[in-house]
Design a protein around this ligand. Sequence first.
Ligand code: CUA
Length: 365
Amino acid sequence: MKDLRPIGGRRRWIFVLPLAGLAWLTSGCGVIGGKIASTSDPAGDQARLIWDLFMVPVWWLTVAVFILVTGWLLVNIVRFRRKPGDTRIPPQVHGHPRLEIAWTLIPAVILALIAIPSTRLIFQLNRDPGADTNALRVQVIGHQWWWEFRYPEYGIVTAGDLHLVVDRPVVLTITSQDVIHSFWPPRLAGKVDAVPGRENTMVFTPEEAGVFYGQCAELCGAQHAHMQFRVVVQTQQEFDAWVQKHRQPAPDPAPGTLAATGKELFEGPAGCAGCHSVNPTYDPSTPINKTLMVGPNLAYFAERQTLAAFLPNTVENLHQWIANSEQVKPYSIMAEKWWKIRAQQNQLLTDEQVNAIVEYLRSQQ
Ligand code: CUA
């Protein structure tokens, strides 16, 4: 005979523990890398419209459904609870066409109600990228595992940090050089896939100045979680100054300094220059699908928020990344095609050499 005792005692933990664990895990989701990544605190028009749609009608409809369903459930649990000594079997019902039609129709109607504003918003968000003549235009290129940003209007290229202007619309042309990625700055806008051979667009207006967290939102390999970026939203004046700086060639360290030694290593025996450029400018007629360099452009590296597409840009982290690429970001090109090969050939950089390169990159500001 089936065991009809209510679940209690130790067995209750089978249900409670995983739920508690899930709650604990997801409670960390809002804050990543010290920056709030929550969609519930929008700082761009697109993120705000999506959030508003979620709150009205989706949120209040689900609240109503939740109260109705659990309320009815609780009423029945209390009213029809088996009393001590009652061994009767309740009436066995099979099939109830009216009830079944009702619980099929009601959810269908609710979904249809949600679909109307959702569909309208989808069209609204996919507004014509040509409509904003004042818009800033940026090309976004996904790589395993970092983001490249090209500004064809200014002929400058950067990586990791996307610089935008507050209250100025931006048209992003998004593609990928290898596998499918997804570009997602949660507080500013929704997600758009970065697909090799395709150019998708995203149009939005940042409404708040500051630094915003971004994340690749499509599983793209071993380091997908470490394919982050930052959006630096500035005033027009600050942005213009940033552009002006990036049109100047990379600063040259003073002769005889540690940074100068680092530059020699970077360009020569350490082999960094084989994949990385420190030149901030490029030929703006370059097609979006043409690779400029294998690795991220490192022009004015010291001003970046992050390195290796996830770590805070500090001296310690930079040192670790160069000295121990394999441990910091396994399977990355830097780990596989540079660190491991040098390790095999017994040519890993000495601590002194790493210090010099760190000093050189820190001088790029
Ligand atoms: Cu790129 Cu996940």
